[in-house]
Ligand binder design. Structure first.
Ligand SMILES: Nc1ncnc2c1ncn2[C@@H]1O[C@H](COP(=O)(O)OP(=O)(O)OP(=O)(O)O)[C@@H](O)[C@H]1O
Ligand SMILES: [Mg+2]
Length: 306
């Protein structure tokens, strides 16, 4: 047994003559939350479909839970669950009825008891008897997740689990996903949101123009970003004006009573800036601002901050 929940090697997929995946590789460890990050049309859903045996790869090797998706599709399907971008739930049925239906499809011995447990765990007991037509987006996603956990999968695939949710519902879904991972499940999710990958994922892979252009923890990816900025804050507009006149050698961005200097991140340069302010007796406070994942992302895909 390997300690990888998923391994993908030299995976290629084209639709007719459009190459969507141009030989991608990545691995996911057991119990990890892995985020495949990419813009619209990057190939995230295509990748998920191949990993969940819904679509055949053109070439490459994909293993999920130790099983080959091409040769051992049934074994793979038995150990995973998939929550699609457009979830397949029945709108007329209630939340409880949907859960019971899935339990029966998964051949559970006590589908009703399991449905109650899932409703409680995912905060849906009060909404159990409403048809899904009356659910909000956030409630639907929670029900999707509750359904995906029936049958005790080892690996859960979530295609854009929080797209379209308001911030509060998004946080609730994030907490649910964290709880899934704590309970020992490997989570593969796709997202277009950098902050989602940043806050949730143990490991991130960036899919861009058919290739994985970066892979690692959020912290590792941020190392590719421009160096931290030096942020200076002022109490008085006049002090800020004097600082700008003193620091004409630097690139800066202004925002209210703060200016951010683009530096090379070195002690030497920070000391230089601060001592110039000190010598001119300018009243200011300073802080270092680490790069955001967004800056890292833009710099990785080559549209980065200058
Ligand atoms: N069945 C198909 N036939 C032809 N082209 C397809 C098919 N499915 C997807 N594509 C194309 O392949 C590319 C990747 O699509 P995919 O759905 O995997 O992207 P995605 O990253 O999931 O995008 P989104 O963020 O919009 O969900 C897109 O250009 C899409 O138009
Ligand atoms: Mg998609």
């Amino acid at each position: 047994m390997t300690d990888f929940a998923i391994s993908v090697k030299k995976l290629k997929k084209s639709y007719k003559n459009m190459e969507v995946l141009k030989s991608i590789d990545f691995t996911i460890r057991l119990k990890e939350i892995f985020a495949l990050l990419g813009s619209n049309g990057a190939g995230k859903t295509t990748t998920i479909k191949i990993l969940t045996t819904l679509l055949r790869a053109d070439s490459g090797t994909v293993k999920v839970g130790g099983f080959d998706v091409q040769k051992q599709g049934r074994k793979v399907r038995e150990s995973i669950s998939l929550t699609g971008q457009f979830a397949a739930v029945d709108d007329i049925l209630t939340g409880r009825e949907n859960l019971i239906m899935i339990g029966k499809l998964r051949h559970l011995k006590k589908p009703k008891a399991k449905a109650e447990k899932q409703l409680a765990e995912f905060g849906l007991t009060d909404a159990a008897d409403k048809p899904l037509l009356q659910y909000s987006g956030g409630m639907r996603r929670r029900l999707d997740l509750a359904m995906s956990m029936i049958g005790n999968p080892n690996v859960v695939f979530l295609d854009e689990p929080t797209t379209g949710l308001d911030p509060q519902a998004r946080l609730a879904v994030w907490n649910t996903i964290r709880a899934m991972s704590k309970s020992g499940i490997t989570v593969f999710l796709t997202t277009q949101y950098l902050e989602e990958a940043d806050s949730l994922a143990d490991k991130i892979a960036v899919l861009h123009q058919g290739k994985i252009v970066a892979e690692g923890t959020a912290t590792e990816l941020k190392k590719n970003a421009p160096p931290p900025k030096l942020v200076l804050s002022f109490l008085e507009k006049s002090e800020m004006k004097r600082a700008k006149e003193t620091l004409t050698d630097y690139f800066m961005e202004e925002d209210g009573l703060t200016i951010s200097l683009l530096t090379d991140g070195s002690v030497k340069q920070a000391t230089e800036v601060l001592s110039k302010l000190e010598i001119a007796a300018i009243q200011a406070t300073f802080a270092q601002q680490p790069p955001t994942l967004e800056e890292a992302f833009l710099s990785i895909i080559g549209e980065g901050a200058k």
